[in-house]
Design a protein around this ligand. Structure first.
Ligand code: NDP
Length: 334
């Protein structure tokens, strides 16, 4: 099949493209400028003309993807703002929603939208034990942003954008049921870690989740929300989930949580401390042991992805190890 992968230069997208090419598929990537294509063409040169790159400057424009989508069977939509340097909630929400609805092109067979656990997990849930599955929606964060605008915390702007974008995709499909021939699949990952193969020249250019990882494990910056647990997924498992979401007929019309398990930032430090020989010297130790009681009470249920897509998950220790090795190779382990 021929795939379109939007936001081709991103951390996740480069792994998705590589997994698809490895399976023999053809991939057209989109990026916001031609310059971003040079690095990609170089790392994928072994696949010859199976990889190509097109420029889509502004995904919020009407018909932005009309040319890019010509001849495409399956779309994987990953492009979405995820830098907490934005100035207004709409800097997240408008490209996230318009980009997602705009990519729902009638001529393709399937559209895979990369959503986020932000669309499921409510930041206001203070129950001692929390368990989420694909029926859950985070109904709180976007309402806070609707009410408070710029006064809402900046991470909520992002959370709102991901929730509203995924909702808009499902609403579009529901409203246009009688005319759409494609089906929609959404993948819902929590924080994504793992080695990086996209173009990054310094630690300050890392995407948000690897910045958090780097801040905790290399710089020793204490986490802002010590009472919270999160889910994690290895970027390579998420790439594999994209391949399976495209290849498994039953994946159409479904939402899948794609998570390797739960963690607290202290668990990351504790797990890293057990890796022998150590990948990074003198990394911060925090307060060993305080994470587990918190992360043990947080569950993202992944039965659907295991049964329908046959997913298996890399353990956290492997992801931490491989992420640290990648940081070291790039000179970011300082
Ligand atoms: P990156 O920042 O590495 O990639 C983001 C991609 O989206 C880049 O190609 C970027 O292009 C593009 N993009 C950002 N803003 C816009 C915009 N306004 N218009 C067009 N393209 C845009 O991040 P990730 O790889 O981590 O994120 C990929 C996807 O995964 C996103 O949809 C994100 O929401 C989702 N996700 C990520 C998680 C994580 O932990 N990393 C967790 C859950 C979901 P450019 O380089 O030109 O800015």
């Amino acid at each position: 099949s021929k795939f379109l992968v939007t936001g081709a230069n991103g951390f996740v997208a480069v792994w998705v493209i590589r997994a698809l090419l490895e399976k023999g598929h053809a991939v057209r990537g989109t990026a916001r400028s031609a310059k971003k294509g040079d690095y990609l063409r170089n790392i994928f040169k072994a696949y010859g003309d199976k990889f190509e790159l097109v420029v889509v400057e502004d995904i919020t424009e009407e018909g932005a993807f009309d040319d890019a989508v010509k001849g495409i069977d399956i779309v994987a939509h990953t492009a979405s703002p995820f830098q907490f340097t934005a100035e207004d909630p709409d800097d997240f929400i408008v490209p996230a929603v318009k980009g997602t609805v705009g990519i729902l092109e009638p001529t393709v067979q399937r559209v895979i939208v990369l959503s986020s656990a932000s669309a499921i997990v409510s930041p206001f849930n203070i129950e001692p034990i929390v368990i989420y599955d694909e029926n859950d929606w985070n109904e709180t964060a976007y309402q806070v942003v609707e009410q408070q605008g710029k006064n809402a915390p900046v991470p909520f702007w992002y959370i709102a954008s991901k929730t509203l974008a995924e909702k808009a995709a499902w609403d579009f499909v529901e409203k246009n049921k009688s005319d759409v021939n494609f089906d929609l699949t959404t993948l819902v990952p929590p924080l994504i870690f793992g080695p990086l193969i996209h173009e990054v020249h310094s630690a300050s250019e890392l995407n948000q989740s690897l910045t958090d990882f780097h801040d905790t494990l290399v710089k020793g910056i204490p986490n802002n929300f010590p009472e919270l647990a999160h889910g994690f997924i290895d970027v390579r498992d998420l790439a594999e989930a994209h391949v399976r979401a495209a290849e498994v007929a039953d994946a159409g019309g479904k939402r899948f949580i794609i998570s390797g398990g739960s963690f607290h930032w202290q668990d990351i430090m504790d797990t890293a401390a057990k890796i022998q020989p150590p990948v990074v010297e003198n990394f911060p130790k925090g307060t060993p042991g305080i994470g587990k009681p918190i992360s043990n009470n947080f569950t993202l249920k992944t039965g659907r992805a295991e049964q329908t897509l046959g997913m298996k998950w890399r353990p956290l220790q492997d992801t931490i190890h491989d992420t640290l090795v990648a940081f070291k190779d790039k000179g970011f382990a300082y």
